[in-house]
Design a protein around this ligand. Structure first.
Ligand SMILES: *[C@@H]1O[C@H](CO)[C@@H](O)[C@H](O)[C@H]1NC(C)=O
Ligand SMILES: *[C@@H]1O[C@H](CO)[C@@H](O)[C@H](O)[C@H]1NC(C)=O
Ligand SMILES: *[C@@H]1O[C@H](CO)[C@@H](O)[C@H](O)[C@H]1NC(C)=O
Ligand SMILES: *[C@@H]1O[C@H](CO)[C@@H](O)[C@H](O)[C@H]1NC(C)=O
Length: 386
């Protein structure tokens, strides 16, 4: 009787696989088309209505700035110490600078010496580089770049080809360097690697499978040492240092959580969970922070993420291109006070995929990792609020 039992077990396994595949397919299609938003409590609490933030800003008032050529995806912004910029990294591996007096973008730097076939697309981004987080060291005038494929790099004030600074930590190679901030007093650099297992193009896989290989790190240019501050993170993304350098705020995109790391004690606090997937955090000159929320997190996505076996099954059995899955609903900018508490929510109409909200000199610069443009907003009465 043992032989048929084996056959039976095999048939059961096949059935199980088929059912898992069906379930996974169903979930993927639902994720793609039908996921529903869950109520945005933050929005109700902090915005006057759906169109106007409590700063009195309206989405319609934003100025659209196209990226040059076929480039897309201004993911992050930086201003040099002299107020020049912004600078931003785009899909073909370039870092470009806004030349205000000529109203155009000019080339500033690249993260890879390889430029053949880079123009426009992202197919070759592992060769051409994909600069994400940017931050100037205002003392040296140089720019630190978190490139998704090339690690942490640095380029001098005149740009050109940047130099790799960190490509591994504790013997583990960086897989998806994402965000960077610099302590302007000590020169110490803080940065995140979202995953050592999944590259940028497979970010949806990292989220759905609950990958926890992400790390928050620090590079000290005086000793040239890199150290890991927090590991086993689920897609760590934006990181920002407090104004007096006592703590870091950072987010985990998979769990939508905001954390505060006290640098002296190493104490790690979980501050809150956002209603959508957080991307970059940038501090303004007043010591407050802006968090870019890429998209709302629907109920179904929330459920899948809290049950990583489902996500893994989707990734494994479904022939669907999961990189096409987009969050539904709208992007947001969330303003936090100096301690990391929410004080304002800015919604971007139907505009999805907000990567960064960057405040500089009375304006907000809104970036997105996939859009072919950035948005610029003037903050009404910004003198009153700063
Ligand atoms: C915002 O929009 C939703 C649906 O789009 C609507 O139900 C809600 O009443 C609106 N809220 C305000 C304050 O206008
Ligand atoms: C700041 O904005 C004001 C008004 O928009 C402008 O006149 C000034 O040149 C800007 N400063 C810098 C450093 O960009
Ligand atoms: C704009 O400013 C740059 C220097 O910041 C200068 O090299 C360039 O000639 C200026 N362009 C015009 C049209 O004035
Ligand atoms: C931040 O926290 C400190 C210490 O608890 C407090 O004194 C300060 O008022 C807080 N600042 C804000 C903006 O809430």
């Amino acid at each position: 009787m043992s032989v048929p039992m084996v056959f039976q077990a095999k048939a059961m396994t096949t059935k199980l696989i088929i059912w898992t595949a069906f379930l996974a397919l169903f979930i993927s299609i639902s994720l793609l088309y039908f996921d529903f938003e869950y109520p945005n409590i933050l929005h109700r609490q902090y915005s006057k209505n759906n169109e106007t933030s409590s700063l009195g800003m309206k989405f319609q008032d934003a100025v659209v700035m196209r990226m040059p050529g076929r480039a897309v995806g201004p993911e992050s912004f930086a201003f040099d110490g002299r107020g020049g910029g912004p600078y931003t990294g785009v899909s073909d591996g370039r870092i470009i600078r806004w030349q205000a007096n000529e109203s155009r973008w000019v080339d500033f730097a690249v993260t890879s010496p390889e430029r053949d076939g880079c123009v426009g697309g992202s197919e070759r981004e592992h060769i051409c580089g994909r600069p994400l987080g940017l931050r100037f060291d205002e003392k040296t005038g140089g720019l630190y770049i978190a490139d998704a494929y090339m690690g942490l790099l640095y380029v001098g004030p005149h740009g050109g080809l940047s130099t790799p600074i960190v490509t591994q930590a504790n013997g583990v190679t960086l897989g998806f360097t994402n965000s960077v901030d610099v302590d302007q007093v000590t020169g110490v650099v803080y940065f995140t690697d979202s995953s050592t297992r999944f590259q940028r193009r497979k970010f949806v896989w990292a989220i759905m499978s609950g990958d926890d290989s992400g790390r928050l790190m620090k590079f000290d240019p005086r000793t040239r040492k890199t150290s890991v501050l927090v590991e086993k993170l689920k897609f760590p993304n934006g990181v920002a240092l407090s104004r007096n350098g006592d703590f870091l705020l950072f987010v985990e995109t998979t769990t939508c959580k905001l954390y505060k790391l006290w640098l002296k004690t190493g104490n790690l606090e979980e501050l809150m969970e956002f209603p959508g997937f957080p991307d970059n955090i940038k501090r303004n000159r007043n010591g407050e922070f802006w968090v870019g929320i890429n998209s709302r997190r629907g109920k179904l996505v929330r459920w899948v993420i809290s049950n990583p076996w489902i996500g893994k099954a989707v990734v494994r059995y479904v022939p669907l291109d999961v990189t096409k899955i987009r969050g539904r609903g709208i992007g947001m900018g969330i303003r936090l006070d100096r301690n990391g508490t929410v004080v304002d929510v800015l919604e971007y109409g139907k505009w999805n995929e907000v990567s960064e909200v960057h405040e500089e000199n009375g304006s907000l610069w809104i970036g997105s990792v996939i859009m072919p443009f950035s948005l610029t907003h003037t903050i009404p009465n910004s003198n009153n609020f700063l």
